[in-house]
Design a protein. Structure first.
Length: 124
């Protein structure tokens, strides 16, 4: 019994040191886990240079939607993989639905190499 208490004590001590080291090394970093396909693709899209098609640029100029709304969709949106073209080479297209300040919107994003082009925006 005494040996068992000692084992649990040593385990707890090692576990506590491990937690302190993890917080020390990862505490100041922007570390995150994006395991789900939706989260991974949104993170990949946000990591690329984002440009806007002519149609989207016109909507931005008319103040129908703004870049903050687009960024919100690219952060919290839901990719409709069944309507997306995920196996196209060299560029893939994703249909992303999301909530914006004035309701809901659907955007189409074309991803090529280091550029993500917002091709269309449809407001609900």
């Amino acid at each position: 019994m005494h040996d068992m208490k000692r084992r649990f004590g040593l385990y707890g001590f090692g576990f506590a040191i491990g937690i302190v080291l993890v917080f020390f090394f990862l505490g100041g970093k922007n570390a995150s886990c994006s395991w789900m396909p939706n989260d991974r693709m949104l993170k990949i899209i946000r990591s690329k240079q984002i440009i806007y098609s002519q149609r989207v640029q016109e909507k931005l100029n008319l103040a129908v939607i703004d870049t903050a709304d687009i960024n919100l969709i690219l952060t919290d949106g839901n990719i409709d993989f069944s309507k997306s073209e995920v196996k196209n080479n060299p560029c893939r297209k994703y249909l992303i639905n999301g909530a914006i300040v004035n309701g809901k919107a659907e955007i189409t994003v074309k991803i090529c190499d280091s550029i993500a082009t917002i091709e269309t925006i449809e407001l609900d």
